[in-house]
Each structure stands twice: as structure tokens, then as C-alpha cells.
Design a protein around this ligand. Structure first.
Ligand SMILES: [Zn+2]
Length: 161
């Protein structure tokens, strides 16, 4: 089963990256300790935190040591551990955690820059917040980072090209 996460207010960037990799991450920067714990219990999720004092009964609390995103991702991959081979880039909205749906070019035409419209064929749309995603440079960069983290230089297929 794919793991789920709840991230505390210090870990917005990590939450975004994990979502970009397709993992299910709740992130509410205004949630207090009790709400974080409750959410993690309800979801049976791992609670990711930068706070050494955070305790939550019946919840696995995973302390993130470092401030830097690369180190955070490495720690999660190595020590949680999280199998980054399970990553499914471009399946989840990095902003609201919605599960993306494939979208036809005609559907998203007015939501993407003209150059993107002309050069990209595959799109995904977040049904919750309406954001549109495509295989662009940021996705390539993400796949490269993922490959680096998993130590599989050519292990992640680049889908559309
Ligand atoms: Zn969204």
C-alpha cells in the first residue's frame, strides 16, 4: 500500500515534492499539533515533523533533521524508508493534493501559455483546484531529481517524448 503523510508547517516544500512524486500528503500550515495528530490517525499516515517535541499517540512520528529539501528527501527515502520507485510523477496536485485527471489539449487551451499549448500534447488537470499540469521543464527536472535520489540515472521513463 502506498504510504500517506501528514506534514507539519515547517515542511511545505517537502510536502510539495512528495506530492509532485505522486504521494498523498496532507499539508495545512495552520494546523496545530493536535490537528496534525488527528489527521495522521484518521489517515493512518506518517506524521512528518521538524519538531523534536511533537508526540502523537498511535501515530508514527518521523522527525526530519535537515532544512534542505535534498537532504529531507534523502532522509525520507533512506530511513522511513520510502520506496521512490513507487513515485508516480504528475498524478497529484502539488498545491492542494488533488488527484490529477488526464485532460485534452482543447480543454486546457485557455489555461496554458501559447508556447506550451503548441508544444505539449499531454495534460493533467486538478479536479479540486483547477490547476493544469503538463510535461514541461519542471517535470523533467523532477524526474531528474527522482532518478538522482533513487540512483537510477535512466530508470524513470520520460513518458511523452
Ligand atoms: Zn489542486
Amino acid at each position: 500500500m502506498t504510504p500517506r503523510f501528514v506534514a507539519d508547517c515547517m515542511l511545505g516544500r517537502l510536502a510539495k515534492w512528495l506530492r509532485a512524486f505522486g504521494f498523498d500528503v496532507a499539508y495545512d500550515p495552520f494546523a496545530g499539533d493536535r490537528e496534525l495528530a488527528q489527521q495522521a490517525r484518521d489517515w493512518q499516515a506518517v506524521l512528518l515533523t521538524r519538531d523534536t517535541r511533537l508526540r502523537a499517540q498511535g501515530v508514527r512520528v518521523f522527525f526530519i533533521r535537515d532544512d534542505h529539501i535534498e537532504d529531507q528527501l534523502r532522509q525520507v527515502a533512506a530511513e522511513l524508508p520510502l520506496d521512490l520507485a513507487q513515485a508516480r510523477p504528475l498524478t497529484r496536485c502539488t498545491v492542494c493534493n488533488g488527484v490529477l485527471l488526464p485532460a485534452a489539449r482543447e480543454e486546457v487551451g485557455d489555461r496554458v501559455p501559447p508556447f506550451v499549448y503548441l508544444t505539449q500534447e499531454r495534460y493533467a488537470r486538478c479536479p479540486d483546484c483547477g490547476r493544469v499540469y503538463w510535461e514541461g521543464t519542471h517535470v523533467s527536472a523532477m524526474r531528474a531529481r527522482l532518478a538522482e535520489l533513487t540512483g537510477q540515472a535512466s530508470g524513470v521513463s520520460d513518458g511523452g517524448r
